[in-house]
Design a protein around this ligand. Sequence first.
Ligand SMILES: NC(=O)c1ccc[n+]([C@@H]2O[C@H](COP(=O)([O-])OP(=O)(O)OC[C@H]3O[C@@H](n4cnc5c(N)ncnc54)[C@H](O)[C@@H]3O)[C@@H](O)[C@H]2O)c1
Length: 249
Amino acid sequence: MTRVLIAGGATGIGAAAALAFLEQGAEVTVCDLNAEGLSALEDKARDLPGRIATKVLDLSLMSSPAEAVAFAVAQQGGIDCLFVNAGLLLSADLADWSEEMWQRSIAVNLSLPMFLTQAALPYLKASENASVIFTSSTGALRGHAGMPGYHATKSGVLGLVRALADELGPEDIRVNALLPGWVDTPFNDTFWDHQSDPAEARRKIDAGIPMRRHGTAAELAGTVLYLASDAARYVSGTQLVVDGGYTAV
Ligand SMILES: NC(=O)c1ccc[n+]([C@@H]2O[C@H](COP(=O)([O-])OP(=O)(O)OC[C@H]3O[C@@H](n4cnc5c(N)ncnc54)[C@H](O)[C@@H]3O)[C@@H](O)[C@H]2O)c1
């Protein structure tokens, strides 16, 4: 049975992945700072075959990786899949960016995947099919005004994937990045707020996506399950774009 730790999964892609793992009978631990979202997720999970445990945790704190891993291991005895999915999108004109905004972006988007993997390492080494998945973004391949912290850190995640895939490959631990395109979740609210005409901005973005729409969180979950599965036993150090064709054109 797959034992999963999801960092950032009260809503959106992380929650959809948690439900998809639970449908397969997995043991899933979800850490997130959104207490209300976590209890709604537990409600949705009630009739599914797997088992869920949740913990309210601010994953921007340097103490959180050790806490998340200790909690997951106490619940499920180990970790086969580490899905580091929490993200922070801050938008402001360059002149208004503070050091605090910049450091917060780095803490959630870049330090968390690094130090959570470090904390989980003994358990990943003990797993029969260890898979580490970081949620990057097609924002690692493109850029938008007002979001330097997001684009810089999500690009940094791709370098982190390559370095960790090289270091952990000999231990049979696979490390990969998921790059979602535009997905309908609360996540992009700060982006829309930064646009002078949010509805028009969204219409233009959708018009530029070959599939002409945003994706749903559930449409991202399958790729997470794939990367954690036996089917992906030889997939490591790579980036999987799931974006309806957005970055192909
Ligand atoms: N939605 C999109 O269009 C899109 C596109 C590309 C990449 N992504 C990435 O997907 C990931 C998931 O985002 P989503 O779209 O599902 O949005 P979401 O807002 O629904 O999910 C993000 C989750 O991370 C949690 N989180 C954020 N900061 C946290 C912290 N400090 N401590 C604990 N939990 C924290 C939130 O509470 C939330 O549950 C993010 O890394 C995001 O960068 C999203």
